[in-house]
Design a protein around this ligand. Structure first.
Ligand code: GRF
Length: 200
């Protein structure tokens, strides 16, 4: 798989750790980031992996960035692309070339709280339970078919940091479990409901 990152890269770290076990079924062949200052890039370099930056600001427009990102990822010929804390929407060129095998992890129970501020939005709404969702990527904002979800309680004294940390603690093993199952056994959609994804 190729992993796309923008930030700390703790999900990338969990995937790298899992890949040390051959039986897990997947290996990371490269990491691509939209941010040159993402700490996740150092994790990739420490693991001896190619780590490339494709920053939006280095492209004349969004379509050119989408094309550059697509080329960088496709050059690594991945069977699976994992957006692990990648804070931008991939574009039409990316999905035309790689769509159907792009997975995202989102720190909320979809379809609640799409977008980049999900833990803050959950707190502001006042929900008592939120969580993480691993989903297939489509052209929408966190609208793709759900692969797996985990619920996490919201505590009365939570702030965005404590809540997001609790979500991330549940999110990492969920992502590792889903990616391993997809790698080992593939996935399918229910014949009567294309939004219902079946994992082995
Ligand atoms: C995760 O909660 C991810 O769902 C969200 O940003 C966080 C990334 O964490 N989009 P990390 O960079 O993997 O530590």
């Amino acid at each position: 798989m190729v992993v796309l990152v923008s930030g700390a890269g703790t999900n990338l770290g969990a995937l790298l750790e899992a890949s040390a076990d051959e039986g897990w079924g997947a290996v990371v062949v490269g990491v691509v980031s939209d941010r040159s200052d993402a700490p996740a890039l150092q994790r990739a370099r420490d693991a001896g992996l190619p780590a490339e930056v494709v920053a939006l600001g280095d492209s004349p427009d969004r379509a050119a960035w989408d094309a550059a990102l697509t080329d960088a990822v496709a050059a690594l010929a991945p069977d699976l692309v994992v957006l692990a804390g990648f804070m931008r929407l991939v574009g039409p060129a990316f999905l035309a070339r790689l769509g159907g095998r792009v997975v995202n992890t989102h720190p909320a129970l979809s379809p609640s709280f799409p977008g980049t501020r999900a833990p803050a939005d959950a707190l502001a709404y006042g929900v008592k339970v939120t969580g993480a969702t691993v989903l297939l990527v489509d052209e929408g904002v966190d609208t793709g078919a759900v692969l797996a979800q985990v619920a996490v309680p919201v505590l009365d004294d939570d702030d965005v940091v404590t809540l997001h940390e609790r979500i991330k603690t549940a999110e990492r093993p969920l992502l590792v479990d889903v990616v391993g199952r997809m790698a080992r056994g593939g996935w399918s959609t229910s014949p009567d409901n294309p939004r219902k994804v079946l994992l082995p």
